[in-house]
Structure formats: structure tokens, C-alpha cells
Design a protein around this ligand. Structure first.
Ligand code: HMG
Ligand code: MG
Length: 321
């Protein structure tokens, strides 16, 4: 049944790694992406075309995109890889790699990966300033040509809104109506999907519900919404359950629970993909054929590679069995 189908977007290679201080070798990143695709995950956020001065760890995203486009698929699934682009500079960098790859290839192949471009707004002015160095209105004007340019290339566009359930600078004082307004603007601009980011993990069940009611009241369709929960306070799966009850079927997660946002002090990683898959399947819902044991191995491997504790409860439980 269609309504039983949950789409999981693996954000580990981007959200999971962007905050690491020590440079991670390109080969490790490529191996991570390939191993994730090998577990059966179909949506992977693979990099970020942002200013290297701001987020040095993502500076090799051009090589990642080139590699993805030049390499035979790691999976029999039709893969979708997404990349962040906050402005035209980032989009043009991505677009030139895409143009080069289609010149190199003689013809389109049905197995070619789909590429997605993601813009990212914030629900509060202070977070917008910290993350994008401009106010919300200016950020939206900068996204417009990115969204149009991506669509003109036939690329799907995701639009994040950060700090929807709590802001490191403005606390819990985030207005759900404001979030819904920004979402409406982004959809009108041409975004295909809104990803609601609980950047700080401050979201609770009742506030998740309140936010999704505000989205519904503003006429945003549940099928156009993805939820992106960081698990700082351990509420991510509870908030996922609430979102499922509201009809949401797309969720972001990160293998090994990697990550955090450089502009959200103290925030930990996203809910782990191992926990997300286990949870979705425990409800009798279907998130595609993801090999949970293989995924747990990937979580353990990448945690070791970057010198971190494996932050996935399910991953650790399965590995210790
Ligand atoms: P700015 O300093 O105002 O930009 O930053 P600028 O236009 O003045 O340019 C400054 C320099 O950066 C120039 O270089 C530009 O060329 C360069 P210079 O002339 O000084 O040598 N530059 C770029 N280089 C490469 N790619 C680009 C680019 N743009 C400018 N795209 C800017 C504005 C938006 C660029 C900056 O603030 C930035 O890069 N911010 C990104 C912050 C970021 O990546 N945050 C993490 C991702 S969002 C997140 O994690 C939340 C999420 O997970 C959801 C959630 O959890 O809520 C998505
Ligand atoms: Mg995030």
C-alpha cells in the first residue's frame, strides 16, 4: 500500500560530515556514499556547494559530484543524490560539473543517477544571519534563481527550513505560522519539497504536531513535506511518530547518527538511519529494501574513521549480537 511507504533520505555524507574539524579524505567520503548505496538506500545527500571558508569540510563536493556522474551505479536502484547550494555561485559550480558530464556521456541512460539541488532557509532572523550571512527575505531572493536554474535543468529541488522547532539564539520562540509562510514562498518559487529542520533537536511531540497543523492550515500538502530531526534531546523518533500520524512519509537521517550543524552550537547529529529503518519497519511500514546489518556496519566503520562513538542505538545493538 502506497501510504505504507516511507522514503528515507540519508544525509550522513553531508550533514554528518560537514562539522568535522579534521579533513576527511575524499576517498573515505566516496567509500561512504558507495557503501550507503550498497545497503539499498536510494536517496543520499552527498555534498554541499557552499563557501569553503565557511564550511571547509565540504570543499571537495565538486569531486564527489563528478565521481558520482562518472561511476557506474553502486546499486540496481535508481539513485538520487542531492547537494546543497545556497546561492548562484554554488549552483553554477554544480551546473558546470553536470554540463561537463553530459558532454562526456554520449546518451542518457535510464540508470543514470538523479541529482537534486537543495536550498536552505531559516525560520528565525538570527539563524539566517549566522548560517547564510543575510536576512530571511534576502536569502529567499537568492534562492529564486537557484530554484529556477535547477528546474530548467530538470533537477528536483528541495528547500530546507532550519530551526523550525527551536533556535540556538531565539530559543523556543519560533512561530509555526512564519515557518508555513516561508514554506509557501519556497513552493511558489518552484521547490518540489520542503524539509523542516529541527536543527537543535529542541522539538517535542506537541510542538511537532502544532507545526504540522500550521503547515496544513496554510495549505501545504503533506506529500511535499520532509522532516529532518536532529536527536540532541533524544526526541527524534517520538517526533517521527507524530509526523507519521500527520501523514508525513519522508524522513532524513544519518548513518551512525553522525553530525551537527556548524552554526548550531551543541547540536548533535540527525537521528541515525539504523534507528529510523528499525522504527519504520517495526510499524509494519516499508522503507525499501534496506539491509540493516550492512547499514550498521557502515555506521560503525565511518564512526571509527572519524574517531567518534557510534551514536546509533540500533546499530550498536545489532553489532553486539
Ligand atoms: P558571504 O561571505 O556573505 O558570501 O557568505 P559572499 O557572496 O560575500 O562571498 C564570500 C566568499 O565566498 C567569496 O570568495 C565568494 O566567492 C565565496 P572570495 O572572493 O572572498 O575568495 N563564495 C562561494 N564559494 C563557493 N561556493 C559558494 C560560494 N558563495 C560565496 N556557494 C554564503 C554567504 C551563503 C556563501 C555563506 O554564508 C555560506 O557558505 N554558508 C553556508 C553555511 C552552511 O553550509 N551551513 C551548513 C548547512 S545548513 C544545515 O546544516 C542545516 C540543515 O541540515 C537543516 C537543519 O538541520 O536545520 C540543512
Ligand atoms: Mg541538519
Amino acid at each position: 500500500h502506497h501510504n505504507n511507504r516511507v522514503r528515507i533520505v540519508e544525509v550522513g555524507p553531508r550533514d554528518g560530515l560537514q562539522n568535522e574539524k579534521k579533513a576527511i579524505p575524499l576517498q573515505t567520503k566516496l567509500q561512504l556514499i558507495e557503501r550507503l548505496a550498497g545497503t539499498g538506500l536510494q536517496d543520499i545527500e552527498a555534498g554541499s556547494f557552499v563557501a569553503p571558508k565557511w564550511v571547509p569540510q565540504m570543499a571537495d563536493s565538486d569531486s564527489i559530484l563528478s565521481h558520482i556522474l562518472a561511476t557506474p551505479p553502486a546499486s540496481t536502484n535508481r539513485m538520487r543524490y542531492s547537494f546543497l547550494a545556497p546561492n548562484m555561485k554554488g549552483f553554477e559550480n554544480a551546473a558546470s560539473i553536470l554540463d561537463q558530464a553530459s558532454t562526456d556521456r554520449s546518451s542518457e541512460d535510464a540508470g543514470d543517477p538523479l541529482i537534486e539541488i537543495s536550498v536552505f532557509a531559516a525560520a528565525t532572523e538570527s539563524f539566517s544571519q549566522k548560517n547564510l550571512n543575510c536576512d530571511i527575505a534576502t536569502s529567499l531572493e537568492r534562492f529564486r534563481p537557484v530554484v529556477q536554474g535547477a528546474r530548467a535543468k530538470g533537477l528536483r529541488v528541495r528547500a530546507y527550513i532550519s530551526v523550525v522547532l527551536g533556535c540556538p539564539f531565539e530559543g523556543y520562540d519560533v512561530d509555526p505560522k512564519k515557518v508555513a509562510e516561508i514554506a509557501t514562498d519556497l513552493l511558489e518559487m518552484g521547490a518540489d519539497e520542503i524539509a523542516l529542520g529541527d536543527t537543535t533537536g529542541m522539538g517535542t511531540a506537541p510542538r511537532t504536531s502544532e507545526l504540522l497543523r500550521a503547515m496544513q492550515a496554510a495549505g501545504v500538502r503533506t506529500e511535499d513535506i520532509a522532516m529532518h530531526f536532529h536527536d540532541t534531546y533524544g526526541q527524534a523518533l517520538v517526533n517521527t511518530a507524530v509526523s507519521l500520524e500527520h501523514g508525513i512519509r519522508t524522513f532524513d537521517s544519518s548513518v551512525g547518527g553522525l553530525g551537527g550543524c556548524p552554526y548550531s552550537p551543541g547540536a548533535t547529529g540527525n537521528v541515525s538511519t539504523e534507528d529510523m529503518v528499525y522504527f519504520v519497519e517495526s510499524l509494519g511500514m516499508d522503507c525499501g529494501d534496506v539491509d540493516l546489518e550492512a547499514l550498521s556496519d557502515v555506521g560503525q566503520w565511518i564512526s571509527r574513521e572519524i574517531g567518534k562513538e557510534n551514536a546509533s542505538s540500533v546499530g550498536k545493538a545489532l553489532l553486539g549480537r
